[in-house]
Design a protein around this ligand. Structure first.
Ligand SMILES: CC(C)(COP(=O)(O)OP(=O)(O)OC[C@H]1O[C@@H](n2cnc3c(N)ncnc32)[C@H](O)[C@@H]1OP(=O)(O)O)[C@@H](O)C(=O)NCCC(=O)NCCS
Length: 165
């Protein structure tokens, strides 16, 4: 498996990532809420927004045949007082799970943050997302904050950890 950062030229991969963002919403929020929350155009634009010259990466994990088995998107948030790293989404295709793909993607995000002297890495997820919470717990993350998702009222948790240089 290899990790590859996307560029705006990777249109088919961008489309696939957008589709899988929708799959993620369905898996986490359920078909009714997750499937209708955002249009495909909105999701594609959101992927492209991360590739539009800002401090962000969209990274796909490819198997030996070049098939995309997972992805993650992360960025530096610097609107507030201190910059921090935000991993906005991660998804691994069901047939490729429990093989360490998400672990590799998370390690890449953290390395990328460290290279930019970003002191904190964090992500938001539903409090019911046990696989993701287990993955982050084993990597030293702890719950730092919680609050309802404005759209779905699902209780969300922010998992965070300080990054050592
Ligand atoms: C969460 C998700 C990304 C994990 O991907 P993955 O590639 O299967 O994870 P890994 O193989 O790297 O797992 C590493 C560790 O995380 C934990 N973990 C991962 N999946 C788990 C599960 N289903 N149950 C319990 N622990 C789990 C385990 O500690 C695992 O190590 P182990 O397999 O040696 O026990 C994947 O299940 C997924 O895509 N889920 C749907 C999308 C989603 O919820 N994304 C997050 C939205 S915010």
């Amino acid at each position: 498996m290899q990790l590859r950062p996307l560029s705006l030229a990777d249109t088919s991969a961008i489309h696939l990532v957008a589709e899988r963002m929708r799959e993620t919403l369905i898996e986490v929020e359920g078909e009714a809420a997750g499937g209708t929350m955002y249009s495909m155009d909105w999701l594609r634009d959101r992927v492209c927004w991360h590739l539009d010259g800002r401090a962000a990466e969209v990274v796909v994990a490819e198997d030996a045949t070049g098939g995309i088995v997972g992805h993650t998107i992360y960025r530096v948030e610097s609107d507030g007082a201190a910059p921090f790293g935000l991993i906005s989404t991660t998804y691994v295709a069901p047939e490729a799970r429990r093989l360490g793909v998400a672990q590799r993607l998370l390690a890449r995000a953290e390395d990328w943050f460290r290279e930019r002297q970003v002191p904190i890495s964090c992500t938001w997820t539903s409090e019911t997302n046990r696989p993701l919470i287990a993955l982050y717990a084993r990597n030293g993350y702890a719950e730092a904050e919680r609050g309802p998702n404005q759209l779905t009222q699902t209780m969300m948790v922010r998992l965070a950890k300080a990054l050592t240089p």
